[in-house]
Design a protein around this ligand. Structure first.
Ligand SMILES: NC(=O)c1ccc[n+]([C@@H]2O[C@H](COP(=O)([O-])OP(=O)(O)OC[C@H]3O[C@@H](n4cnc5c(N)ncnc54)[C@H](OP(=O)(O)O)[C@@H]3O)[C@@H](O)[C@H]2O)c1
Length: 259
């Protein structure tokens, strides 16, 4: 799909952009001219790569994705001074690709509730912004769009991974998958009440490095595409080309992507 999102410049908050998928999406969103605000526990991971002088449309905020105040700072923030929209305003979109580090010795991740707690925090931060900036937001409800990276292997509609990978999905990745299910449940369960829209992206197993020109197959809701893997770079690229900055695309849908 072409980069049709280059026509409408948006303000996008990124949670987890120092990692593989997030970085791939952030890099392209900046190049397309979107105003980007990235929350990062270690800002130098982004500022070393993207110095402010060369990337005026990126603002890096130091903080943890489990800290409501830090996340709220990314959702309603003065944009970088040289951006298209230098006044303080709420973001149009949030992309979250946070995740834990796998620990093979224990077959778990370093933070078993990283995504669940991240989603709780994000939803609380949206509430906080609405409370704290009620006057600036005015009567028109701020309706952010939330894009999250989840995973294959948790679909209730049936098997969305090849049979040969069943031991990986059902045993090895059990802990992160329980976490992803909890995250998705929080996100989908509160959408109507809290008035936001979402897209859930479920990639198959993530690989490095990038492989050029691989076709990406896309399944929606109960009709997932089944595949072995996809690179982190292609996952971030697909999100950029199909979701970031594009209003209404895959709104309130679960999207499976794989090579
Ligand atoms: N591995 C797979 O095969 C697979 C398959 C499907 C889906 N997924 C999921 O896809 C998502 C993206 O994967 P990835 O490989 O791009 O992840 P990654 O490279 O491990 O990056 C994870 C990101 O999350 C950030 N993060 C974690 N906890 C945080 C916290 N409390 N506060 C702020 N930032 C935090 C990390 O920041 P720091 O730089 O500070 O650590 C990093 O930027 C993850 O949720 C992953 O579980 C993985």
């Amino acid at each position: 799909m072409s980069s049709s999102n280059t026509n409408t410049k948006k303000t996008i908050a990124f949670l987890g952009a120092s990692g593989g998928v997030g970085l791939a999406a952030l890099t392209r969103a900046m190049a397309a001219g979107h105003t980007c605000i990235a929350l990062c526990r270690t800002p130098s991971k982004l500022t070393d790569r993207f110095p402010e002088a060369q990337y005026p449309n990126l603002k890096v905020v130091q903080g943890n994705a489990h800290d409501v105040v830090a996340v709220a700072r990314c959702l309603f923030s003065p944009s970088p001074s040289t951006s298209n929209s230098p006044v303080a305003k709420p973001v149009d979109m949030v992309m979250s690709s946070i995740g834990g580090q796998f620990q093979f010795a224990k077959m778990t991740i370093d933070d078993p509730h990283v995504c669940e707690n991240g989603m709780k925090t994000l939803l609380s931060a949206i509430d906080k912004v609405r409370r704290d900036h009620a006057a600036a937001l005015g009567e028109k409800q701020w309706r952010p769009r939330i894009i999250v990276v989840s995973t294959c292997g948790i679909s209730k509609a049936g098997r969305d991974f090849p049979l040969a990978t069943l031991p990986i999905y059902k045993f090895m990745l059990k802990v992160p998958h329980v976490d992803k299910l909890a995250m998705e449940s929080l996100l989908t369960g509160a959408a109507a009440e809290k008035d936001y829209s979402y897209s859930i992206v479920r990639p198959s197993l993530l690989t490095d490095p990038a492989v050029p020109d691989r076709k990406i197959r896309v399944g929606v809701d109960e009709k997932p595409e089944v595949g072995y893997g996809i690179s982190r770079d292609d996952t971030g690229r697909w999100i950029f080309e199909n979701l970031l900055g594009i209003e209404g695309a895959y709104e309130n849908r679960v999207v499976t992507i794989t090579w």
